[in-house]
Write a protein that binds this ligand. Structure first.
Ligand SMILES: CC(C)(COP(=O)(O)OP(=O)(O)OC[C@H]1O[C@@H](n2cnc3c(N)ncnc32)[C@H](O)[C@@H]1OP(=O)(O)O)[C@@H](O)C(=O)NCCC(=O)NCCS
Length: 317
């Protein structure tokens, strides 16, 4: 077996083999369409340095690993995005060889820790334990059945809602950065992760990536009567291969505006908008830290039900 780097531009055939192998990483959640998979593997939403290494047997891809190497914040980390071995080639040391290779690459890049998210029920957990991993955070995935979804009529006095589909219009960029940086308040459990900061260029690059990967992005912002941004939430659906799935990502309420029901209001309104705008969707998936009890209470109130549990593991380099 050889471990070789994937050249995304020059090797579309190998990229397609890797996609076929790894796109089910999130099963039973949504499968990543090829453009989205390529974006995540090649550079991620935040356009960061990344490497993909493939395990080849007789020229066939039998395993692969993608690692992101943040270069703005969190430069002590190497983040594994996919690590997958073909079913027919498991328990022969391929996964161990790929992981050892990535740990070596992390060391070469001066990283102190490798982080990887692993489903609780799958083989990854025994694997990462056998490799000396330390569990540092727990996340749960929940799914909302959209077929019976109806949002109650709601107002929160002193606030109004704005609906944005796709890119952030220029006059709203500063507000959007304020809102997105609230995500730094989300619980981290024992994760050794620093705050992420955004610039207008960084935001534009992420939104370019939405367009490149055909993402249909729905954002609802709650604005206080004095004009200040107070809360936001965001839903994604693939524009071409949604396969019935929407994805709930960030939700945040600015500290001074918490405790007034804004989180629930923006989520309900956005979900109702999604169901009207995208009648092809039947369900939405979301992730939360298990310790994020407020967000989980809002989600369960909306009708989200538990799908599965994932742990994040840390390996010292
Ligand atoms: C996890 C995964 C990458 C392991 O790949 P692999 O090539 O089978 O792993 P290895 O053969 O190198 O296994 C190394 C050790 O991990 C442990 N291990 C791996 N799979 C295991 C399983 N299903 N049950 C129990 N222990 C397991 C064992 O200690 C094994 O050593 P042994 O075979 O000598 O007992 C593979 O099962 C996979 O692709 N799973 C789905 C994706 C996933 O969970 N990725 C997360 C990886 S952190």
């Amino acid at each position: 077996m050889d471990i070789v780097p994937l050249d995304f531009a020059a090797e579309p055939g190998r990229l397609a083999e890797y996609h076929a192998l790894a796109a089910g990483w999130m099963a039973p959640g949504p499968r990543m369409p090829a453009p989205l998979f390529r974006l995540v593997a090649e550079r991620g939403w935040r356009a960061m340095p990344a490497e993909t290494w493939l395990a080849l047997d007789d020229g066939r891809v039998i395993g692969g690993v993608t690692v992101h190497l943040p270069d703005r914040d969190n430069t002590h980390l190497a983040l594994i995005r996919f690590l997958q071995v073909d079913l027919a080639h498991r328990r022969r040391g391929v996964g161990g060889a790929l992981l050892a290779h990535v740990v070596g690459r992390a060391r070469a890049h001066g990283r102190a820790l490798v982080l990887v998210e692993v489903a609780e029920a799958g083989p990854g957990e025994a694997f990462v334990k056998a490799k000396g991993g330390r569990e540092v955070a727990t996340q749960a995935r929940r799914v909302l059945d959209l077929t019976g979804f109806a949002a109650p009529e709601r107002e929160v006095p002193g606030y109004r809602l704005e609906f944005l589909r796709g890119r952030t219009p220029e006059p709203l960029v500063a507000d959007m950065i304020t809102l997105m940086e609230i995500m730094n308040d989300a619980p981290l459990d024992d994760l050794a992760v620093e705050e992420e900061h955004w610039t207008p260029d960084g935001l534009a690059a992420m939104e370019d990536a939405w367009e490149l990967t055909h993402q249909d992005v729905f954002t609802v912002v709650a604005r206080a009567d004095d004009g200040s941004p107070a809360a936001f939430t965001r839903l994604f659906a693939d524009g071409r291969e949604a396969d019935g799935w929407g994805r709930q990502t960030d939700t945040g309420v600015v500290r001074a505006h918490r405790g007034r029901g804004l989180g629930r209001w923006v989520k309900e309104a956005n979900t109702a908008w999604l169901t009207r705008a995208r009648p092809d969707l039947t369900r939405v998936i979301t992730w939360n830290a298990v310790s994020n009890t407020h967000m989980i209470a809002i989600n369960e109130g909306l009708g989200y039900r538990l799908l599965d549990v994932w742990h994040e593991w840390e390996l010292r380099v």
